[in-house]
Write a protein that binds this ligand. Structure first.
Ligand code: IMP
Ligand code: MG
Length: 193
């Protein structure tokens, strides 16, 4: 019978040792310290006008959880869920809204919380959609941006990390709904699907 400590670490190893979980791209430590910095910047920028944080499900759920706790303002939180058509690892840019917002955006200072910007097509669609709701301001905080992949000009107010243009998993990001619960960002080394 393994000790409790071994049980805990072997549970994590079972996940990390699958054949699709590659090297760490952004460590748990680096994620957490950068999120503290982003939270401090947002706190300073939004003094006197607490933001409405709009998380994009499912990928941003973990980032939203950590980022919102790093913001020292009476922020509000809402979520929308979108799916973009395409293969498992490539977006088509055609976005379907699966769950809409509960809160009204009119005259609110809206900050979109996104997991990752690849082609930028999803975000550019969302920005147009949200601007139509007439917020006072609309900015984006993206945890990850893939270098050199954007097919549309985007104004990203806050960016956590710029990463190479390879598919990644973990910290909310999935492949076929798995690996969202890894605490770090890893390379995906499975078959292209
Ligand atoms: P875009 O429209 O090409 O910018 O892709 C945006 C969405 O595709 C993101 O919000 C993610 O949900 C998903 N995505 C893009 N790249 C990755 C990745 O490397 N891993 C997991 N999901 C990704
Ligand atoms: Mg997403």
């Amino acid at each position: 019978m393994a000790s409790e400590e071994n049980d805990a670490s072997s549970g994590r190893l079972l996940l990390a040792e699958s054949d699709v979980v590659g090297q760490v791209i952004v460590s748990e430590e680096d994620l957490q310290s950068r999120i503290i910095e982003l939270g401090a910047a947002i706190t300073a920028d939004y003094q006197g006008r607490p933001p409405l944080l709009v998380g994009v499900l499912k990928g941003a759920f973990m980032f939203m959880s950590d980022l919102s706790r790093a913001i020292d303002l009476p922020a509000e939180v809402d979520f929308m869920a979108v799916t973009s058509y395409g293969s498992a690892t490539r977006t088509s840019g055609v976005v379907r809204i699966v769950k809409d917002l509960d809160l009204d955006l009119l005259d609110r200072d809206v900050l979109v919380v996104e997991d990752i910007v690849d082609s930028g097509l999803t975000l550019s669609y969302l920005q147009r959609y949200l601007l139509a709701r007439q917020p006072a301001s609309l900015e984006v905080c993206a945890l990850l941006v893939k270098e050199g992949q954007q097919r549309t000009a985007l104004d990203l107010r806050y960016v956590g990390f710029t990463i190479p243009p390879d598919f990644v998993i973990g910290y909310g990001l999935d492949v076929a709904e798995r690996y969202r619960n890894l605490p770090a960002i890893h390379a995906y080394t499975g078959p292209e699907s």
